[in-house]
Unconditional design. Sequence first.
Lengths: 168, 328
Amino acid sequence: MKTTLSINGSGHDLDLDPRVTLLDALRQHLGLTGSKKGCDHGQCGACTVLVDGRRVNACLTLAVMCEGREVTTIEGLGAPGALSSMQKAFVEHDGYQCGYCTPGQICSATAMLEEAKQGWPSYVSDDLESRPALTREEISERMSGNLCRCAAYPNIVDAIEDVAGSER
Amino acid sequence: MKSFDYLRAGSTGEATGAGGAATRFIAGGTNLLDLMKLEVMTPDKLVDINRLDLKAIEETEDGGLRVGALVTNSDLAADPRVRRDYAVLSRALLSGATGQLRNMATTGGNLLQRTRCSYFYDTAMPCNKREPGSGCQAIGGYNRIHAILGASDSCIATHPSDMAVAMRALGARVEIEGTDGTRRTQDLGDFYRLPSDTPQVENALGEAELITAVILPAPVTSRQAYRKVRDRASYAFALVSVAAVVAVEEGKIARADLAFGGVAHAPWRNEAVEAILVGEAPSDALFDRAADTLLEKAKGQGSNDFKIPLLRRTLKATLRELTAEAAR
Ligand SMILES: Cc1cc2nc3c(=O)[nH]c(=O)nc-3n(C[C@H](O)[C@H](O)[C@H](O)COP(=O)(O)OP(=O)(O)OC[C@H]3O[C@@H](n4cnc5c(N)ncnc54)[C@H](O)[C@@H]3O)c2cc1C
Ligand code: SF4
Ligand code: FES
Ligand code: FES
């Protein structure tokens, strides 16, 4: 099936079996291997990318469903020499060990800060109506969809807290 | 994954027109694609409904809200009107899944998500829901997450949705478009089916019919809570949950709309429990009487026996929390 995908600002014409997930399209058809496959069932968050600015699991979306949408992957957030503030913070705070979950963590955290800016509450927000302060507890809850098998969580939260603080 | 044809619907009529026994609508895809990868669900055709105009949250004439079937779980939980007037719904949504999944999951898809019974997921195992007549391995097997209320000899599965439990407590209605283009609404309680001897039939949706919206009645003066008990503090399905919309006036309970999750094939509601509470002054003894009625016909299956006392305690804790000021 002929599909045009817009990824990191550029268009790609592809001929895909409808079964191909966005994750497989990125990795197998476009060579964008930054997004990782951990579970392939929406459970680990390693495949997190942004679709129209929102974080989603690329393993549970079909590529053909993304036609006309803007997809941003870890490669689109920054590049060597021009890292995004979240990418820099992960380096500075050592927010990883093996690094496998990291692209997903960074995409997720980037979009999560946007959600918080828009005032979205979380399950641990005491008050649903006021703007939540991004405490460590809030960050952990909002990032619970990104598992880290190396358990680099404390440093991941440090990195996100740093960016959240400097953007405030 | 089995191969399928993919079609993008441009209108609701086109969607229902393309429907059929071997066709599925795909919305967020978070449940359907998961099950298709495992070949638990094997449709021949997927009709992508994401371009349909069903993404609005609008006020209804009687002061309620009409939530389009494609409104994402994130957008619904963050809507200022929902946070203010239907806090139980916001809380239930936020307790479910993850930030990523809630951005994809839709209102219609959430209502129709399938059970997390591990035998249902394992195509090497018999399962009456997946293959009618093949048997149920959960009965007498591993059934820690299974039902204690309303189960049958054919199936003891639970419905996993948090959102639907809150909607049940709020008295929501489901709006359905039939293949002839007409729309009807149905109380969420009548929409879901108990398993009886046809556990493969989970709701009142006919072949090719489309959910177009969920309608919430006008908000009521109340305190609301969604209490979810699970194996981890975040990102896990409910073992049991209680959605509660409670009002206390002059020291007496004036309203106690309650729904329960994780305990049955559908969000559970029992009006006899509510009748025991309404008109009475809140007390632990009263809450115990309500729990006695709720659990009168509860039946454990072995590994899920713990849910019976757990549901009692969760109900009591929720009622204590929501009536606290009055009792003090
Ligand atoms: C790892 C993980 C954890 C999760 N944790 C939780 C949790 O804690 N709590 C919880 O409640 N849920 C949880 N979920 C489930 C999640 O909420 C559901 O997968 C989601 O709500 C389904 O919505 P969807 O739009 O993605 O549905 P889809 O997968 O697109 O569709 C589901 C079904 O509904 C049908 N359908 C969809 N829309 C319509 C419509 N408008 N009319 C008719 N039929 C339609 C489809 O054909 C399909 O059969 C979890 C899921 C995952 C993967
Ligand atoms: S409980 Fe229901 S879904 Fe689970 S194995 Fe038995 S029939 Fe299948
Ligand atoms: S690979 Fe997508 S969530 Fe694990
Ligand atoms: S750094 Fe190894 S999985 Fe997170």
